[in-house]
Design a protein around this ligand. Structure first.
Ligand SMILES: Cc1ncc(COP(=O)(O)O)c(C=O)c1O
Length: 465
């Protein structure tokens, strides 16, 4: 998710010897990558003259330069040098339908031929709203153009409805790049004492007024006691708690049993709007996302990425009494919201592709991939563990599962870097950041999974022979 993978200041998993082998392996694999991607390098030189970092979004930047892609079909992508990969990056988890899925492509084509934009709500938009409400157990929904807009507008509704300005998020969580949530995104170890509740650090970007920190509190994930303590002290000031029910910006961190239920109860007790950020979980870890998987109903929830079949759109919704405040003084708008192009893709994705069969397929493929990785990790004594959830999963380089951001700081970034370069040189396309996870699509089959396992096993053998 970003170009940085450094975990300075923490206890890193793995021996010094292993880490130094990982560093050397990364260097030699990077040299190979540079040798075999001259067209990416040339395109980077062109791109950096017209775009900062040579990319359309800073999350796409990589060192020494990004691999630029030309096309994708199903589970595979091809780069500008003509190299083929099995895609586990999947557009940061936005393409669970797979690239150029014929049903999604047909829906987009129909929309392209009948008008891509009117700034008037179409029947298709109403149908998608109905489907979103059904799938995610919401009473009302509104459309936006990205995950960032979804969380921004959900927070606005929460603030408007409660008349409170302060919001609460989770230490080290990512909810997009609007100002309110750009605090405590990648805090240093010094700043995350378990008892700390106020985000005392500067904003995660220059250009955000430092004083805004006073409106954004942060509590550690999986720590119900910290939530209870903060809400008891300041609950009457807090408009909402925004949380990724499964933390997915630091690998994958599962909620402890009872954690989400406990937050639900606390938020109700203190009149705090509970917002689930399901931008990554929605329609990936289960058909109905975390809401279905854990059976906990938030007041509002945010969606984007795979829900819209790989097109740039988002949505948020939930309780009717909160959402209907939009009609009485809360601004929520946008020229392209719910336009026919993205709505056609979203509807095709949710109703024609991401069907119950798709989730059975994800379960089988995910289990096969996780099992294969676990076997290699155990055989070569790699300090790592594997998480598998629907079409999402990851290898995190720390032997024990993560519980919060602090434990993420103990993962071995050098092992990740070496594994990334090794995989990419052997036809496995992954995000160049250990904060991310794999995303399978409905088009990944056993041969794709087995290819990953074979290459991953080769990496384990190379780094810890
Ligand atoms: C949990 C979460 N929320 C919000 C966002 C922001 O979404 P977008 O990049 O579409 O603005 C992301 C993006 O990765 C995300 O992972």
């Amino acid at each position: 998710m970003s170009e940085t993978t450094g975990n300075s200041g923490s206890v890193t998993a793995g021996s010094e010897e292993l880490t130094s082998r990982a560093v050397k392996l990364f260097e030699s694999e990077l040299a190979k990558l540079v040798d075999s991607t001259p067209r990416s390098r040339d395109l980077f030189e062109r791109a950096r003259k017209v775009m900062p970092l040579g990319v359309a979004s800073s999350f796409q930047a990589a060192k020494p330069y990004p691999i630029y892609l030309k096309s994708g079909d199903g589970a595979e992508v091809i780069d500008v040098d003509g190299r083929h990969y099995v895609d586990y990056h999947n557009g940061f988890g936005a393409v669970a339908v797979g690239h150029a899925h014929p049903l999604v492509a047909a829906a987009i084509e129909r929309a392209a031929h009948s008008g891509t934009h009117f700034a008037v709500t179409t029947e298709l938009t109403v149908r998608l709203a109905e489907e979103l409400c059904r799938r995610f157990r919401m009473e009302r929904v509104r459309f936006v153009n990205s995950g960032t807009e979804a969380t921004m507008d959900a927070i606005r509704v929460a603030r408007g409805a409660t008349g409170r300005d302060t919001i609460c998020k989770i230490v080290g969580s990512y909810h997009g790049h609007h100002d309110s949530v750009m605090f405590s995104v990648t805090p240093s170890l010094m700043l995350i004492k378990a008892s700390e509740t106020q985000a005392m650090e500067p904003p995660a970007s220059r250009g955000i007024p430092a004083e805004m920190a006073k409106w954004t509190l942060a509590i550690p994930y999986n720590d119900l006691g910290a939530a209870e303590e903060l809400f008891a002290a300041r609950g009457s000031e807090i408009a909402c708690l925004i949380i990724e029910p499964v933390m997915m910006n630091i690998g994958i961190v599962l909620p402890r049993p009872g954690y989400l239920e406990g937050l639900r109860e606390l938020c109700t007790r203190y009149g705090i709007v509970l917002i689930f950020d399901e931008v990554k979980c929605g329609a990936t870890i289960a058909a109905g996302g975390a809401i279905e998987l854990f059976g906990v109903q938030p007041d509002l929830a945010c969606f984007a990425k795979s829900v819209f079949g790989g097109t740039p759109a988002g949505a948020f919704g939930g309780r009717a009494d909160l959402m209907d405040e939009i009609g009485s003084g809360i601004a929520q708008q946008g020229t392209f919201n719910g336009n026919p192009l993205v709505v056609a893709a979203g509807l095709a994705a949710l109703t024609e592709v991401l069907t119950p069969d798709a989730y059975e397929h994800f379960k089988k493929m995910g289990a096969r991939l996780a099992e294969g990785c676990r076997k290699a990790i155990s055989e070569y004594s790699i300090p790592a563990h594997v998480v598998d959830m629907g079409c999402k999963g990851c290898v995190s380089y720390r032997p024990e599962p993560l519980v919060d951001y602090r434990s993420f700081l103990e993962t071995n970034a050098d092992l990740f870097n070496a594994s990334w370069a090794w995989l990419v040189n052997r036809g496995i396309f992954m995000t160049p950041g250990n904060e991310e996870q794999w995303t399978l699509s409905v088009r990944h089959d056993e041969s794709h999974i087995d290819r990953f396992i074979e290459v991953f096993e080769g990496f384990c053998a190379a780094v810890n022979p």
